[in-house]
Design a protein around this ligand. Structure first.
Ligand code: F6R
Length: 209
């Protein structure tokens, strides 16, 4: 990130990136010239602890000396959610330099749940039960039923993709994504078709490979 400070970068939230963000901030990393786009958002009230925008604020932005040059988040209160998502795709079309991703226990990327085709645009999505339940780990009092996400299409058109996974609870899905068939059943498997993708795993997440 520091070698191209004016980059357009898409960032995830959740447990996996939090230590990366802490370490980036502790080392004095700066995003002051970068455009940061949030990867996705849950249909939760603005102040919910589990909203991705609030997580990004707490886990990364509050730790930086300066805010990013531009911050693009998802307005889940928009009257026309489809138009709001289309606007995010227009932003993505300006050229995303790097998308950083976590992987869901069911293989989702962002909130591109299993069954999503690889060219899916950004859109409103229904959360799978597992994804909805996982939000309690982020402090959601009531589980969301829907969300909005950057589509697999714009994710896979980014110049670079980094997929991060940590912990033994991710080992089985990491194996399915990296060694199983490439297809919509495990959306994370599509990163293998990207010509500039890097997968970062800790030992536990890599233990089934
Ligand atoms: C979060 C996101 C999700 C998470 C995934 C893993 O913005 O897009 O796809 O990356 O659910 O979550 P954690 O890291 O909490 O295990």
């Amino acid at each position: 990130m520091q070698s191209n400070p004016a980059a357009q970068i898409v960032l995830p939230t959740g447990r996996t990136p939090e230590p990366v963000y802490r370490s980036f901030a502790d080392r004095g990393g700066s995003l002051a010239d970068a455009t940061i786009m949030l990867l996705d958002e849950f249909g939760l009230p603005p102040r919910s602890h589990a909203r991705c925008d609030n997580m990004l604020q707490r886990d990364l932005l509050d730790r930086l000396e300066e805010p990013p040059a531009r911050l693009l988040t998802w307005n889940t209160a928009a009257e026309d959610l489809d138009a709001m998502c289309a606007d995010m795709d227009v932003e993505a079309q300006r050229g995303i330099d790097l998308v950083i991703l976590g992987i869901g226990g069911n293989g989702h990327l962002g909130i591109n749940e299993p069954g999503t085709p690889s060219d899916a645009p950004s859109r409103v999505v229904e959360l799978h039960a597992e994804t909805a339940a996982a939000t309690s780990r982020y402090g959601a009092e009531t589980a969301p039923t829907w969300g909005v996400t950057l589509g697999l299409g714009p994710i896979l058109r980014a110049s670079a993709v980094w997929l991060l996974a940590t912990g033994a609870h991710k080992a089985a899905i990491v194996r399915a994504a990296l060694e199983g068939p490439i297809g919509s059943e495990v959306p994370a498997s599509y990163v293998r078709r990207h010509e500039n993708a890097i997968v970062f795993l800790d030992e536990a997440a890599a233990s089934d490979l």
